[in-house]
Design a protein around this ligand. Structure first.
Ligand SMILES: Nc1ncnc2c1ncn2[C@@H]1O[C@H](COP(=O)(O)OP(=O)(O)OP(=O)(O)O)[C@@H](O)[C@H]1O
Ligand SMILES: [Mg+2]
Length: 486
């Protein structure tokens, strides 16, 4: 079972147990209260009837010397024929708060002498379980006696002659559990509804609190996944984002680990790049020398191929400069300064990047300068520098967009602006983008912008960035158009 489900089940069942216990307590107190009230009501009814019977008997004259049997006979006759008493039985049985269904006056021989239900008169009065015994029983017995039973309970009040062991009459009040149930039910239904609502609210709250409690763990899990996939943690993971000290400590350590891993990755890439550059440098030198030899032979034998050789030679030189840039980004480097049209250079870069742009459904757009102009610079370095910008802009927009490039002459400087409507960069990324080997891409090497920056430094120019999350990115290259002004 998932941790979240386990926590949820645990908290909901705890609440369920509490709610059930409270409900049971309430039910018990409810039945006890009703039983007590009913016993009291039965006693009150019985006592009133008893008083009236005593009054009637006192009114009958009994001459001294009358036998006991004669006295009992007289009493029976008085009670059986009393209309007021019969009315009183019916009235008392009808009092709605009592749950009494029947009141009988039972004679010594166990027969009904007078009843609130006239058809019962003359019949045998069967004994029932007493209401007081139900009231004094344990909670379970008490509850089943009311909920599950359908036989009536009784309360009896005796009435007899002094010094005689057996009473002459018994007043029997029968109470129906069905009527009692009817009285308890509305209250019970209300309580059940409140309990159920409470249970649902508790389940909702439990769900919410487990969700909140597990959020840091989820975040940590995602961060570990990111690290395991070899990606930088980036900004989605902010250490100490949790108020919980233990969780904050784990998050902090995780972010340190992430930085260490990125550092190790950067070192590895740096070493790799330097090694590769070193390995390429010597063959490139050899190719250069051979090309010069070839050029001399071609000049005599196939002069029309000279252009081709020039082209290859230029590309080799560009590659050589790129390689040398990475041998040591800080070493001074000799530039190959020539005059060229920056607009034509930008158009070349755009054409080079078009296939990649088409694949990512990105539109490329070029704005020409108001008036054409030329610059004196190392064309290879500027071209590669600009290519890196356009490449980044395309890569930033996975789902299509627009990359605008413009070339302009501003205050003696050549300004090339590349702007995209991609996701932009948060401040934490922005402050590091020119660091060699800094990247947020799983397949990036973090060399692009470091190279472009170096290319601008070598030209006494600068690169500026404007970027914010959701607002796209604009990068501007600016360098003196004429070399001798620098
Ligand atoms: N146009 C852009 N929009 C959003 N983020 C960018 C943009 N340009 C650069 N970045 C961010 O700057 C980081 C560094 O860019 P850089 O070009 O130096 O390296 P890279 O593109 O990651 O790898 P490489 O260029 O070596 O393949 C990128 O990983 C990316 O996070
Ligand atoms: Mg790049």
């Amino acid at each position: 079972m998932r941790l979240r489900t386990r926590l949820l089940v645990l908290s909901v069942s705890t609440v369920a147990v509490i709610v059930t216990a409270l409900f049971a307590l309430h039910l018990d107190s409810l039945t006890r209260t009703w039983l007590e009230t009913t016993v009291d009501r039965s006693n009150i009814a019985g006592n009133q009837i008893q008083s009236l019977i005593r009054l009637r008997i006192a009114a009958t004259q009994t001459s001294p010397g009358t036998s006991l049997a004669q006295i009992k006979h007289n009493w029976n006759r008085t009670v059986a024929g009393d209309k007021d008493l019969a009315t009183m039985l019916v009235e008392q049985a009808a009092i709605p708060s009592g749950a009494i269904v029947e009141i009988n006056v039972v004679s010594e021989d166990g027969r009904v002498l007078l009843s609130s239900v006239p058809t019962r008169e003359g019949q045998a009065a069967f004994p029932h379980e007493t209401l007081a015994s139900v009231r004094d029983a344990g909670p379970i017995t008490r509850l089943t006696a009311i909920i599950a039973s359908s036989t009536d309970y009784e309360t009896r009040i005796p009435l007899g002659i002094a010094d005689q062991p057996k009473p002459v009459f018994e007043i029997q009040m029968l109470v129906s559990p069905i009527l009692l149930r009817d009285k308890i039910m509305p209250d019970l239904e209300g309580t059940a509804l409140v309990s159920l609502l409470g249970l649902f609210a508790a389940a909702g709250l439990a769900g919410l609190s487990t969700h909140l409690a597990l959020r840091p763990i989820r975040r940590i899990g995602q961060a570990i996944d990111t690290l395991a996939a070899g990606r930088p943690l980036g900004l989605s993971f902010q250490p100490a984002g949790s108020e919980d000290r233990e969780v904050a400590a784990v998050e902090y350590k995780l972010s340190l680990l992430g930085e260490k891993m990125q550092g190790a990755r950067r070192d590895a890439i740096g070493t790799l790049v330097r090694t590769v550059a070193h390995e390429i440098k010597n063959p490139l030198n050899a190719i250069s020398l051979r090309l010069e030899a070839l050029r001399m032979r071609i000049a005599d034998e196939i002069p029309e191929a000279e252009g081709e050789v020039d082209l290859v030679s230029n590309e080799v030189q560009r590659l050589d400069r790129v390689v040398r840039t990475f041998l040591d980004l800080n070493q001074p480097m000799e530039l190959d300064i020539r005059e060229f049209d920056p607009e034509e250079l930008a158009a070349t870069v755009i054409e080079t990047m078009r296939p990649a742009a088409t694949q990512s459904q990105v539109e490329l757009h070029l704005t020409k300068p108001v008036k054409a102009f030329t610059v004196q610079a190392d064309r290879g370095l500027i071209e590669q520098g600009l290519l890196n910008l356009v490449n980044n802009a395309i890569q930033a927009m996975q789902t299509g967009g627009m990359v605008k490039t413009s070339v302009a002459f501003v205050n003696g400087n050549c300004e090339i602006v590349v702007s995209d409507n991609g996701p932009g960069m948060p401040a934490k990324v922005l402050e590091r983008i020119f660091e060699p080997y800094f990247t947020t891409k799983s397949t990036g090497s973090g060399i692009g912008l470091a190279f472009t920056k170096r290319s601008m430094d070598l030209h006494y120019g600068q690169i500026t960035v404007e970027s914010a999350p959701g607002a796209g990115t604009t990068m501007t290259l600016s360098f003196p158009a004429l070399r001798d002004r620098a």
